[in-house]
Write a protein that binds this ligand. Sequence first.
Ligand code: FE2
Length: 206
Amino acid sequence: MYKAKQFNLSGLTGISDQTLEMHFKLYEGYVKETNNLQEKIAAILKDGKVDQEEMPAYSEIKRRLGFEYNGMVLHEYYFGNLKQGGTPQPEPKSSFMKSAAASFGSFEVWKTDFTGIGKMRGVGWAICYQDPTSNQLSNHWISLHEIGNVAGYNPVLVMDVWEHAFLLDYKPAERAKYIEAFFSNIDWKTVDQRLSRPAIAASHAA
Ligand SMILES: [Fe+2]
């Protein structure tokens, strides 16, 4: 069983408390549904086998689990890399600044790539990962919650670009404004901590 985490977030720049409260509720829905689906799987497995007649339902639950589970975890990363009083840029001596320069030539080029992904059409996420074998940063588009995550890569900066993340504050066509707001609230200290930990140490378990 997973428990919804509490995030002490309010008073962000350009992302209203109303948006955050609605977003926390959505996140809690992912936690609840992940638990529900896991219970259903456990019930099917109770007799030690997946019967032929259970297979369609079992398959559908497993597919939905990928959606709900990633929806839960990615929101934890997202809320976790925001804070009141964040800054658009990391400190010049930070691990992230050095990694961005080593991977992209400069922070500016890294940011152009990351925000470019954020402006892509469709609902999903822009995620900056650390490749655990080379330590290089790598930016990716994730469709919905589950399509495009790179196995074993360590998420270091996660940006929700589903419309629910900004629709109360901006028009659908104003995603660039939301992205700018997102950047002004980034907790780069958390981002740096993620960079220095092993990829497997995800922090979503209750
Ligand atoms: Fe979201």
